[in-house]
Design a protein. Structure first.
Length: 349
C-alpha cells in the first residue's frame, strides 16, 4: 500500500480510501466489519463516510453507516490507527436530519448538531477530516452538470461564515482538518482566500466525482489541487459500477444498484456511455487487463489524486478493487484512454 499527504497537513493517508455508502442498506453490519477488517489488513488507513449514509438516503436508514463504523472502532480498538473522514450535509429539503428545522443548512446550529451526532455514532471524540458534503449555495454538479447554469438563491450561508464555524470546532479539538465535496474551482479558491486573509481553517481536500466517463475535475480543479496543495479525493472511480462492464448490452444484474434503485444511477446512463465503456473494455483487454483495473488505475495514476474512494457490496468486489491498484500504468494506456476520451468526451458528467 502506498501513502500520500492530505493537502498540506501532517496527515498521511493510504492511496486507497474505503468508501462506505452501501453499509446499512445493501450491506449488513457484519459485512461492513468484514470489509473494514480486510481493507485495514491490506494497509488501508483511510475511511470515508457521511451523516447522510447509506444512500439512497432515507429517514429509516440515515446514520447507520456511521454506527457500523463506530461499533467496529470500539470493538477493534483501532481509532488511533485510521484516518476517519465524514461529512455534513449542504442545503437540502430533507426534513429528518435535524429535529428542529425542516431543511439542512450550513449554519452554526446545524453544523454543530450534525458533528455531535456523527461523533456519537462513530464512538469517537474527533474526526480527522470533516467535509461539507455539498455547498449551501446551489451548484449543478450532479445529474445536470453538463455546462454551467447560474442559479440565484436567496439567504445563502456565506462560505466565510461556514469556515468560521468549522474553525471553532477545530479549536475545540473535534475536527483535525476541513475538506469540501461536490465543489467548484470558484468555491475552493474562495475558501483558500478566506483561510489566507482571515485566519480561517484551510480546506485540505475536494471530494468530487472523477472517472473515465467524467473528467471534469481536470478543467480547473486539477490545477487548484496542484498549485494550492489541495488533495483530490475522487468518488465513483468506476462510475457507480458502470466501469466494471456489468451493465453492457443492457444487462441488469440482480442486486446491482441500478436494479435496486432505478433512477439513482441516471448519471451513468446517458448518450454515449455504452459506447465509451465498450471502447475502454476493448482497450483494457488488449493489454491483458480487466475494465475495472483500467478504470481504477487511471484515476489513481493522476498526479493530482491523493486517494481514490472505492466501494463494494461484496468481498469479491472489494478484493478486486484493491488489487487493481497494483498494475502498472503505461504511456500506451495513457494514449489509449485519451483517444477514447476525444471520441466520447465526458459522457456522464
Amino acid at each position: 500500500m502506498r501513502y500520500s499527504t492530505l493537502g498540506n497537513s501532517d496527515i498521511r493517508v493510504s492511496r486507497v480510501c474505503l468508501g462506505t455508502m452501501t453499509w446499512g442498506q445493501q450491506n449488513t453490519e457484519e459485512e461492513a466489519w468484514e470489509q473494514l477488517d480486510y481493507a485495514t489488513e491490506q494497509g488501508v488507513n483511510f475511511i470515508d463516510t457521511a451523516e447522510l449514509y447509506p444512500v439512497p438516503r432515507s429517514d429509516e436508514t440515515q446514520g447507520r453507516t456511521e454506527q457500523y463504523i463506530g461499533t467496529w472502532l470500539a470493538e477493534r480498538g483501532t481509532r488511533d490507527k485510521v484516518i476517519l473522514a465524514t461529512k455534513v450535509m449542504g442545503r437540502s429539503d430533507a426534513s429528518w436530519f435535524r429535529p428542529f428545522v425542516d431543511s439542512t443548512r450550513l449554519n452554526r446550529e446545524q453544523i454543530t448538531y450534525a458533528l455531535e451526532q456523527s461523533l456519537k455514532r462513530l464512538k469517537t471524540d474527533y474526526v480527522d477530516l470533516y467535509q461539507l458534503h455539498w455547498p449551501d449555495r446551489p451548484v449543478n454538479l450532479f445529474t445536470d452538470s453538463r455546462g454551467y447554469a447560474h442559479i440565484e438563491e436567496q439567504d445563502v450561508i456565506p462560505l466565510e461564515e461556514t469556515l468560521g464555524i468549522l474553525g471553532d470546532l477545530v479549536r475545540e479539538g473535534k475536527i483535525r482538518q476541513v475538506g469540501l465535496s461536490n465543489e467548484t474551482p470558484w468555491g475552493t479558491m474562495k475558501c483558500l482566500h478566506y483561510a489566507e486573509t482571515r485566519d480561517l481553517p484551510r480546506v485540505q481536500s475536494v471530494q468530487n466525482a472523477y472517472n473515465l466517463l467524467n473528467r471534469l475535475y481536470e478543467q480547473g480543479l486539477a490545477e487548484v489541487s496542484h498549485r494550492e496543495t489541495v488533495s483530490c479525493l475522487p468518488y465513483s472511480p468506476i462510475a457507480g459500477g458502470t466501469l466494471s462492464g456489468k451493465y453492457l448490452n443492457g444487462a441488469l444484474p440482480e442486486g446491482s444498484r441500478r436494479q435496486l434503485f432505478q433512477g439513482f444511477t441516471d448519471r451513468y446512463q446517458k448518450v454515449n456511455v455504452e459506447n465509451a465503456v465498450a471502447a475502454y473494455k476493448t482497450l483494457a483487454e488488449a493489454h491483458g487487463l480487466t475494465l475495472l483495473q483500467l478504470a481504477q488505475k487511471f484515476v489513481e495514476s493522476r498526479p493530482f489524486v491523493t486517494a481514490s474512494i472505492i466501494g463494494a457490496t461484496s468481498m469479491e468486489q472489494l478484493k478486486e478493487n484493491i488489487a487493481a491498484f497494483d498494475i502498472e500504468w503505461t504511456d500506451t494506456l495513457e494514449q489509449g484512454v485519451n483517444e477514447i476520451h476525444e471520441q466520447y468526451p465526458n459522457p456522464a458528467p
